[in-house]
Design a binder for this molecule. Structure first.
Ligand code: ATP
Length: 424
């Protein structure tokens, strides 16, 4: 976002911010999800998750129309914040708790997702502060700082990678939903009235980025929000077909001037930008792209994971392989001397010394070459080179490609270039 786009800069803002920031942003009053408790198991559910799980069951049972109708009714009730209606819907469908197996439910209540702690040494003087539930507000409160020091002209963006914290009731599905996670957000500041075009622009640009990861277009879809967050005038998710179904990886939100206007009001500091072309002060509108780093990792892992049957007539065999695109693989090259003696480790370490400054390498002497290759397959290393006795005679090594498992003899001096070409 900061290197390949025009006019987007990075920032690293604070995790603790003044409590008023979260009042201004609306998170103290609005950042909550409707929850319901099962009175028998005491288990708490997010209402939308409970109903969606039931809809998934209906769909698996071949009742697709009924599932869609249920989701549509839920969306309509959520959009109106009709909590009584949501409870009625759960009861009418006889949706049960997976632990107690009963449909004995509490009222639907709002539950704020922010983690709080105390700032100040003496408890009487301490004030409640929050760990940021999104990185965006650090960008909003620093917006003029960055704009002025960076001499940025609208349209421009500020991007950030950082931790966010949410008191998720059900943190599960591995790294899909956690209470402490990493967001990669970008706020793009624009002229009021141009939000529709920029919203479309960022939808398209972000989808292109996803496709550039080597993942097929059939694995993605857009999902428009029916119930808009308190700050948005349009919003959608980019969903990926995870093994557990299509789920959100990234959100694209048209946030209007909601945040900057409120920060101006609560801080009594001007948040206006002076547009030299229009000769006019205004509060910019904002389009936001917000992607979870952890969810992206899970997406890339899900896409890359394969179990392959390599059995022949004589022998049963299989392997686990992570087929990461080379540019995403954490380790690019394995350097493996055939044996631990006769000068082969020294030659292999020479290759390591030449390559490790350019990309991540892994050096290993232990076990048979076959075992070492399989371990590299399992962590997704796209290239392995083996140094053997022939290397000493003719300065060539065997390079083995993870996906095809093909091996070829190449000059030792060309290894670095071969890998570099593939990882750009
Ligand atoms: P969800 O509906 O799944 O709770 P959200 O709509 O609340 O997500 P946003 O507020 O739009 O999520 O946050 C932007 C991105 O941050 C999401 O697309 C997701 O990738 C990531 N994210 C949000 N919550 C979590 C979490 N608890 N664990 C990991 N990643 C998360």
């Amino acid at each position: 976002m900061t290197q390949l786009q025009d006019n987007i800069v990075g920032i690293d803002a604070a995790i603790f911010m003044h409590p008023t920031t979260w009042k201004a942003s609306g998170h103290v009053d609005n950042f909550s999800d409707p929850m319901i408790d099962n009175k028998d198991s005491q288990k708490r559910y997010r209402v939308d998750h409970l109903i969606e799980a039931y809809a998934d069951e209906l769909e698996s049972a071949g009742k697709k129309d009924e599932a869609e109708q249920l989701i549509a009714s839920m969306d309509a009730l959520l959009a109106k914040s009709d909590f009584e209606g949501l409870k009625k819907l759960i009861e009418e469908r006889n949706i049960k708790c997976s632990v107690s197996g009963t449909a004995h439910w509490s009222e639907v209540r709002q539950f704020n997702l922010m983690f709080s702690t105390q700032l100040g040494s003496v408890s009487e003087e301490a004030s409640e502060i929050y760990l940021r539930p999104e990185t965006a507000q650090g960008i909003f409160v620093n917006f003029l700082n960055v704009q002025k020091t960076g001499r940025l002209k609208i349209p421009f963006g500020i991007a950030q990678v950082g931790k966010a914290f949410r008191n998720e009731i059900v943190a599960r599905q591995f790294i899909f939903r956690m209470r402490e996670f990493e967001q990669m957000e970008m706020q793009f500041f624009i002229k009021p009235g141009t939000q529709k075009e920029w919203y479309e622009h960022w939808k398209e640009t972000r989808m292109k980025w996803h496709l550039s990861l080597g993942i097929g277009a059939d694995k993605y879809r857009f999902h428009d929000h029916v119930k808009l967050a308190h700050y948005a005038d349009a919003a959608c998710d980019i969903e990926y077909a995870f093994p557990m179904g299509f789920k959100e990886v990234e959100g694209i939100h048209s946030r209007t001037d909601f945040d900057l206007k409120n920060h101006q009001e609560f801080s009594r500091k001007k948040m206006t930008y002076f547009d030299t072309e229009l000769n006019q002060h205004y509060i910019p509108y904002v389009i936001e792209t917000s992607i979870g780093l952890d969810r992206t990792v899970l997406m890339v892992l899900s896409e890359a994971y394969q179990e392959e049957d390599l059995s022949t007539v004589d022998k049963k065999d299989n392997r686990v392989v992570l087929k990461f695109p080379p540019k995403l693989a954490p380790v690019k090259l394995a350097i493996l001397p055939l044996v631990k003696k006769d000068g082969l480790p020294e030659i292999a370490k020479g290759i390591l010394a030449e390559c490790r400054g350019e990309f991540r390498c892994f050096y290993e002497e232990k076990d048979t070459i076959g075992k070492r290759y399989r371990r590299m397959d399992a962590i997704g290393t796209p290239f392995s080179v083996t140094v053997d006795y022939q290397t000493k005679d003719d300065q060539t090594v065997t390079i083995r490609y993870r996906d095809s498992m093909k091996q070829e003899r190449v000059p030792l001096i060309s290894v670095r270039e071969i890998v570099e070409k593939q990882i750009l």
